[in-house]
Design a protein. Structure first.
Length: 227
C-alpha cells in the first residue's frame, strides 16, 4: 500500500519546514505549496489523500481554494490551518467544504491525530474474517483459531491486529498504534505497543526470531506482510 499523499499549502516557511518534516516522519508523502493559485492547480491536477490548507495565502486565500476544489467535484479531505479563531471564520470554512479546522498555534501531536482520523475515515475497514498463515482471525468475535484451538483477543490486541489488517504492506510507526488503538489523549509508552504486538504474534503462531507476517522495522515500528 502506498503512503498517503498530502498537499500542504502554507506560506509560512518556518512552519512549513516543521510540518513537512513531521509528515515525512509519519510515513506520508507531502508536497508543499506556498502560493494560493499554484496550490489550486496542484489540488485539481493531482490525486491527493488529504489537503492541509492555510487560510491566509498570497495569490488566493484558503476559502477560495476550498470553494473551487469542491466546485470541481474533488472530495479529498481538507483540513484548514488558520490564525483566525473567530467562530464565523470557522463556520465559513466548514460551509465551503472543509472537513476540519485547526487554529494556530496548534499542538503537532493533535494535528497529526486529526490527519490520521481523516485518512482513516476514507480507508476500507479491516475484514472481520481473515486467514493469516494457519490462523483464522474473527475480529467480530475477537478470537484466533489455530490448530483447532481458539483463543480470545483482548480489546487492545484486537485493535492492534485490526490496524495491521487494514494496512497490509505499510510501515506503521509505534506512535500510530498509540494514537489509533490507545487514543492520542492517553499515551502509554512505546514498550506497551511492543508487548501487545508480541502477544498478537504468539496467538497467530508468528512468534520467534524471524516472524513471517508481522515484521519489525527497526527504529520505526512494524509492517504486516500477508501472503
Amino acid at each position: 500500500m502506498s503512503h498517503p499523499r498530502i498537499l500542504l499549502v502554507e506560506d509560512d516557511e518556518s512552519l512549513g519546514f516543521v510540518l513537512v518534516d513531521a509528515l515525512e516522519r509519519e510515513g506520508y508523502r507531502p508536497t508543499w505549496s506556498r502560493e494560493g493559485r499554484a496550490a489550486l492547480e496542484l489540488a485539481l491536477r493531482d490525486p491527493w489523500d488529504l489537503i492541509l490548507l492555510d487560510l491566509m495565502l498570497p495569490g488566493m486565500d484558503g476559502h477560495e481554494i476550498c470553494k473551487r476544489v469542491r466546485a470541481a467535484g474533488v472530495d479529498v479531505p481538507i483540513l484548514m490551518l488558520t490564525a483566525r479563531a473567530r467562530e464565523e471564520d470557522r463556520v465559513q470554512g466548514l460551509d465551503l467544504g472543509a472537513d476540519d479546522y485547526v487554529v494556530k498555534p496548534f499542538g503537532l501531536k493533535e494535528l497529526l491525530a486529526r490527519i490520521r482520523a481523516r485518512l482513516r475515515a476514507r480507508k476500507p475497514l479491516a475484514p472481520e474474517l481473515v486467514t493469516v498463515g494457519t490462523a483464522q482471525v474473527d475480529l467480530a468475535a475477537m478470537t484466533v483459531t489455530r490448530a483447532g484451538e481458539t483463543v480470545a483477543l483482548t480489546k487492545l490486541e484486537a485493535g492492534v491486529l485490526t490496524l495491521f489488517l487494514a494496512n497490509p504492506g505499510q510501515v506503521l510507526p509505534r506512535g500510530r498504534f498509540l494514537d489509533e488503538v490507545w487514543g492520542y489523549h492517553r499515551h502509554p509508552t512505546t514498550r506497551t505497543v511492543d508487548m501487545h504486538v508480541a502477544r498478537v504474534r504468539e496467538k497467530l503462531g508468528d512468534a520467534g526470531a524471524t516472524p513471517r507476517f508481522i515484521r519489525t522495522v527497526h527504529g520505526v515500528g512494524y509492517r504486516f506482510d500477508p501472503e
